[in-house]
Every structure is written in structure tokens, then in C-alpha cells.
Design a protein around this ligand. Structure first.
Ligand SMILES: [Zn+2]
Length: 284
């Protein structure tokens, strides 16, 4: 499942060949992904300029010259492939699932940059949705972007005040902060030395400061790793794959804590149906 840093990396890979360019030709190879395509999808996108490409939570948002917004989601295994003549660059492929099968090429954008951008999604959990200028969208009431200035300690503390849920569940609530998944919540709580089982409303301003910094740091580090994976790519092989992550606690069940001078162990607990990884000593 692509997390926020992967989506940010995909955005960085797509922007140079899409932003500021015209959709010269749009081809849909099926009527639906997770949701049906807009019946006028091709007519509404073809011929438009993509004026701005950005990321909101785990969505890519393409602003079109018509005022429409095109939202694109990778789902579980979606990817974009950029190709020009004989070379192809995969962005958004998983390490265990490299090599796009062309039968899953669902959307093909020919851009005026001279590049072809192909959306490939074997499991079709992803989707593309067009939203008319000014129309509401499901992302409108999400919380602040974790890397934006609106996600800060006083605001987070105010949002969490009087919440009885655990801090981990609160951070996964997309109305508290947008786009954080299980992995990065575990990593951020570890980095902030906070127990995932703390009541969200009990977080002090000092805790909130540590937590906000930790969230921004774990995401920024992962985005940096993704950026270097884009730079390291040398075209010819056609494979990029998702970058390899290193996690401090996630997936490290029953391994010693890696924090210097901590003699604790990483434990896995089921919390709201998902695995929580935390050190049993330094996350007080
Ligand atoms: Zn520890």
C-alpha cells in the first residue's frame, strides 16, 4: 500500500513531464477502476493543460485549465510508468511487484511534453475522479497536511483535547492529520518516545511538539529516500520499484530497540485491528 512518501515521490516523478503540458491524447482501456470513470472523462481531460500537480493526503491532484480537478489514487498496487520512445521509467512500483503487465494499463496519457504516462493497476483498488470547479470532494474536510504549517503542536493539542481514544488511533484519524498510515504513525510515536496507548487528550504541549517534529521528520526522511531512488534510476532497465525503507520499529517485532542505551524490546500489539509496534521501555 503506497504511503504518503511514495505518493509524494510519484508526484515528483510525474511533475516534470506533466505539469504545464497539454493532455494531447487520453485513452481509457476500461470503464471503471474501483469506481467508474466519469462518462465524459476523455472529453473533459483531452486538450486541457495540466496547470498544477500536487499531493493531498495520498491523492495526486491535477488541476486542469478547464477548472476541473483530476484526483488520482494508486490504491493497493497502482503505479505510473513514464515512457518516451524505447525507454520507460516505472514510478510507484512495489519492490515485490516490479514489471508492469500491459494488460493492467488502464489509462494512457499522451502529454505535449513528448512523454506517455501510463497508469497501471493490477488490483484496480485505485481510481481517478474528476471534480468540477468549485464542487465538493471527499478530501475537503480532511485534517491538515502533516508537512504543512497548519500541522503544529498547539493546533494538534487543541484537536486532541478531550479525546478519549488512544494517541495512535487519533493520529490515524484523517480528520486529525491527513495521509498518515499505520507505518508512519508507529515510527513517529517511537521517534517522539510516546506510548501508542496514551490517551490522546492527555498529550502535553511538550509531547505535542515532539510528536509534530517526529511526524515531519519520519515523512521527510522517507521522501528524501524516495527522491534519491528517482535520481539513481538509469532509464534503460525500465524498473524503479518502490524505494527500500528502513524502519526503526515497524515490522521489528521482538527485536531489541535500536535507540542508544535503551535495553527495551520492540513489541507488537493488535490495536483497532492493526499492528502497533513500540519499544516496551523508551516509549513511556
Ligand atoms: Zn527503546
Amino acid at each position: 500500500m503506497p504511503e504518503l512518501p511514495e505518493v509524494e515521490t510519484v508526484k515528483s516523478g510525474l511533475a516534470p513531464v506533466m505539469e504545464g503540458f497539454v493532455f494531447k491524447h487520453v485513452q481509457l482501456n476500461r470503464p471503471n477502476l474501483r469506481f467508474p470513470f466519469d462518462p465524459d472523462f476523455v472529453a473533459r481531460v483531452q486538450g486541457m493543460t495540466l496547470t498544477r500537480l500536487s499531493r493531498r493526503a495520498k491523492f495526486l491532484q491535477a488541476e486542469l485549465s478547464s477548472g476541473d480537478r483530476l484526483f488520482m489514487h494508486l490504491g493497493m498496487s497502482g503505479r505510473f510508468t513514464i515512457s518516451q520512445s524505447e525507454t520507460a521509467t516505472d514510478i510507484g512500483a512495489f519492490a515485490h511487484d516490479v514489471g508492469a503487465n500491459p494488460k493492467h494499463d488502464h489509462v494512457v496519457f499522451e502529454m505535449s511534453s513528448g512523454y506517455r504516462v501510463i497508469y497501471n493497476a493490477p488490483r484496480r483498488f485505485g481510481f481517478m475522479e474528476l471534480v468540477a470547479d468549485g464542487a465538493p470532494y471527499r478530501l475537503d474536510d480532511l485534517g491538515p497536511e502533516p508537512l504543512g504549517n497548519d500541522f503544529n503542536a498547539p493546533a494538534l493539542r487543541a484537536t486532541l483535547k478531550s479525546r478519549k481514544s488512544k494517541i495512535k488511533a487519533a493520529l490515524l484519524d484523517q480528520h486529525v492529520v491527513a495521509g498518515l498510515g499505520n507505518i508512519y504513525v508507529c515510527e513517529a510515536l517511537y521517534r517522539a518516545k510516546l506510548s501508542p496507548f496514551r490517551e490522546a487528550g492527555s498529550i502535553s504541549i511538550r509531547d505535542a511538539n515532539r510528536l509534530v517534529s517526529a511526524v515531519k521528520d519520519v515523512l521527510s526522511d522517507a521522501i528524501k529516500a524516495g527522491g534519491s531512488s528517482l535520481r539513481d534510476f538509469h532509464g534503460a532497465s525500465g524498473e524503479l520499484g518502490y524505494f527500500q525503507h528502513t524502519f526503526a520499529v515497524y515490522g521489528r517485532e521482538d527485536m531489541p530497540c535500536t535507540r542508544p542505551r535503551c535495553s527495551g524490546w520492540v513489541r507488537r500489539t493488535a490495536q483497532n485491528g492493526r499492528s502497533t509496534f513500540a519499544c516496551d521501555r523508551c516509549q513511556g
